[in-house]
Design a protein around this ligand. Structure first.
Ligand code: FE2
Ligand code: FE2
Length: 171
């Protein structure tokens, strides 16, 4: 099969798949923690985030395949399964999104350095997606901090502001 992307780019994209699937598992762990704490809206929010991360990983694997590279379905990295507080879990999620944003930007820089404009173009979707991801997680952390011990307020916030993920999942 004709290959449109070089090995360096394929390796970097496959490495990003590890990050996306790890993010999926981390969000499942966070969702289950909220489930155990009887915070159903928070749990639902993070289950939806997990589904989005799954889609991100699949999108990369599909692109690698379509472009003639060899996709690697990876083992994922360890995730955190014990949390002391809601704030700790949401802060971890925000930091994860900031890290992924850096990783996507590094991928864009690589694609440009390799004059791989097809990959560059494909990555633009991820660049825009990270704005949404960081912005919604940052909003959630603000609300959690403001709510303090009254986590009912966080549940109310999520109930009255259904996440875009639901609309995306339906699209
Ligand atoms: Fe992602
Ligand atoms: Fe994300």
């Amino acid at each position: 099969m004709t290959t449109l992307i070089n090995k360096k780019v394929v390796d970097a994209l496959n490495a990003q798949v590890v990050e996306e699937f790890t993010a999926q598992n981390q969000y499942i762990a966070i969702a289950l923690y909220f489930d155990a704490e009887t915070l159903p809206e928070l749990s639902n929010f993070f289950h939806l985030q997990a589904q989005e991360e799954h889609q991100h990983g699949m999108k990369l694997l599909q692109y690698i395949t379509d472009a003639g590279g060899h996709p690697i379905v990876p083992a994922t990295n360890e995730v955190k399964n014990h949390f002391e507080s809601v704030e700790e879990a949401v802060e971890l999620a925000l930091n994860q999104e900031l890290k992924v944003t850096d990783q996507i930007n590094t991928l864009v820089a690589l694609a440009e350095a390799e004059k791989d404009y097809l990959t560059r173009q494909t990555l633009q979707w991820f660049v825009t997606e990270q704005l949404e991801e960081v912005s919604s997680m940052s909003d959630l952390l603000n609300v959690v901090k403001r709510a303090g011990d009254n986590l009912f307020l966080v549940e109310e916030f999520l109930r009255s502001n259904p996440h875009e993920a639901e609309a995306e999942a339906e699209a």
